[in-house]
Design a protein around this ligand. Structure first.
Ligand SMILES: *[C@@H]1O[C@H](CO)[C@@H](O)[C@H](O)[C@H]1NC(C)=O
Ligand SMILES: *[C@@H]1O[C@H](CO)[C@@H](O)[C@H](O)[C@H]1NC(C)=O
Ligand SMILES: *[C@@H]1O[C@H](CO)[C@@H](O)[C@H](O)[C@H]1NC(C)=O
Ligand SMILES: *[C@@H]1O[C@H](CO)[C@@H](O)[C@H](O)[C@H]1NC(C)=O
Length: 493
């Protein structure tokens, strides 16, 4: 067990406080500024980054946006949507034509744990049956939500390989699906494509309003909204239902993530946080809500103002509120309200924002940058020491003070080490999948991690070597089985 310490970061921070990591409080630190510059250069392409990177915002400890919730957000994405003039025509999204009006799913349509993806299917931007593909996936999340191409490609390529059909590039936003090349696929895959419901592949623990797959009493339901968690989120926003008020901003959503993390550690003996599902996906998902469920309007100077009020939040999660304040969730009914307006496409949300988001999350609660899990009992959280998984090459403090070091670390823990291990539990022959991921998933990640000629060669991460110590790291083989499965780090029980 020598490898399993409470993450050194957490211990350090408990003693010294966040101020030990000046970069978190001070985006004007050289490493932070350098990262913003490199990320902006990637985003800008042939344009001068100065035109694109208008200003880097300071992270704030306050949960409130200025102006009583009616001002511009303090914590924003690298490209702040509020730095652009509001343009009703450009930001309009068709949500009412026959092709794109809201239609709830029929009995044979698949829906899953991600409200944003369910919305795309309910509005006909994805096939309404819930089976989409690489190209439609990238196009839909870009066009409707303003997700940057690099992030859209990485998310979709991962879904194709791990949750879909690599032969025809289709993937399911919910459970297992039939696709036309399934016969041929049987030669390649260990089982049928599981869809994104599959636990510990995309979907992970301590998510916004879903239960943990292995949590006692959850009935292995990691797909449907769990009302007590949703009510916790509303309570964090003081149940403030004021129209047009930015109640559910990034800080509040990340605070909710921190609360959910501790709740899972305290209630789920099998809680597990992996590098990709945990650090990248579920933490990012909280932020996705603040960014993508948000409506956009115009301020008194003609600039965009992004905000998320209760009305838009409820619709996004498929929850209706009755006259007496009672809440009803109907699975699969996630939607965008007809007058909802997208962020300016010039201010897309990309992979660099995922990295910055993790730093912002850590500035709210250090636990969020830990890899590891409970060891079979509640409150037994043991973290994998970052120095340990990299043979001493990295200390968590480095990751916090240098966003590009964090990008590099994430790149290595997710793509270079976990991916091959994970692939071997899903594919009979991993060659084709590795090749596909190399082209489509690794490239955008690597571009960010190595921007500005950053070598990104320091770490030799061995995260999966440690995962087997955490019983919650298992990938269930079938949707109805929670206990028998392949352990991420190899082997089975
Ligand atoms: C960020 O914070 C610093 C120090 O508090 C301040 O001088 C600077 O103006 C702030 N920048 C922005 C964009 O608000
Ligand atoms: C979104 O903002 C637009 C622009 O101000 C406004 O017309 C519309 O009513 C808002 N829609 C929702 C659903 O909040
Ligand atoms: C709220 O409760 C009332 C009375 O029980 C019921 O008629 C109504 O359908 C409920 N509305 C929602 C949205 O749950
Ligand atoms: C990875 O970590 C495990 C568990 O500590 C260890 O047994 C294994 O030898 C390590 N592998 C490498 C390549 O360092």
């Amino acid at each position: 067990m020598k490898a399993f310490y409470f993450l050194s970061l957490a211990a350090t921070c408990l003693l010294s406080g966040v101020s030990a990591f000046p970069a978190l409080k001070d985006p004007s630190s050289p490493q932070y500024a350098e990262f913003l510059k490199r990320a902006a250069e990637i985003k800008a392409g042939k344009y001068a980054f100065g035109d694109i990177l208008k200003r880097a915002e300071n992270a704030s400890s306050s949960l409130e946006t200025p102006g009583g919730g009616f001002g511009h957000r303090r914590l924003t994405a690298l490209l702040n949507p509020d730095n652009f003039k509001y343009n009703a025509k450009e930001q309009y999204v068709d949500l009412t034509s026959d092709e794109h009006k809201y239609i709830p799913p029929g009995p044979d349509d698949l829906r899953g744990p991600c409200p944003g993806l369910n919305i795309l299917a309910n509005h006909g931007y994805f096939n309404r049956n819930g089976v989409t593909n690489l190209f439609q996936g990238i196009d839909g999340i870009n066009k409707v939500f303003g997700v940057e191409y690099d992030l859209a490609l990485a998310l979709n390529a991962y879904a194709v390989v791990f949750n879909g059909n690599i032969l025809d590039l289709s993937w399911s936003i919910g459970g297992p699906f039939k696709s036309k090349d399934l016969g041929a696929l049987e030669d390649v895959l260990v089982g049928e494509p599981a869809g994104i419901n599959a636990h510990n592949i995309y979907e992970g623990d301590a998510s916004i309003v879903r239960q943990d797959y292995y949590a006692p009493g959850s009935g292995y339901d990691n797909v449907e909204l769990y009302m007590p968690y949703f009510k916790d989120l509303l309570a964090l926003g003081n149940n403030d239902a004021t129209d047009g008020k930015d109640v559910y901003n990034a800080e509040l959503m990340l605070q909710h993530k921190a609360n959910r993390w501790h709740q899972s550690v305290a209630t789920n003996p099998y809680f597990f946080q992996s590098a990709f599902g945990g650090l990248v996906v579920t933490t990012a998902a909280e932020r996705f809500v603040a960014e993508f469920a948000a409506n956009n309007t115009v301020d008194e100077n003609g600039y965009n103002r992004i905000y998320l009020d209760e009305k838009n939040l409820l619709a996004f999660f498929g929850v209706e509120k009755g006259a007496s304040g009672n809440l009803t969730y109907t699975p699969g009914t996630e939607r965008l309200l007809p007058s909802w307006t997208r962020r300016p496409l010039a201010a897309t949300f990309g992979l660099d924002d995922i990295v910055l988001n993790l730093l912002h999350a850590v500035s709210i609660d250090q636990s969020l940058l830990s890899l590891g899990g409970n060891t079979g009992k509640v409150n037994s959280f043991a973290g994998v020491d970052a120095a340990d998984i990299t043979g001493g090459a990295v200390h968590t403090a480095d990751l916090l003070s240098d966003p590009q070091a964090l990008s590099c670390f994430l790149f290595q823990t997710t793509t270079e080490e976990v991916v091959p291990t994970l692939l071997s539990s899903i594919y009979k022959d991993t060659g084709k999948a590795l090749d596909f991921l190399g082209k489509n998933f690794n490239v955008p990640f690597k571009k960010l991690a190595t921007a500005g000629n950053n070598p990104c060669t320091r770490y030799n991460t061995n995260a999966t070597g440690h995962y087997s110590e955490f019983p919650g790291s298992k990938i269930p083989r079938k949707q109805d089985q929670g206990v028998v499965g392949t352990i991420l780090g190899g082997g089975s029980d």
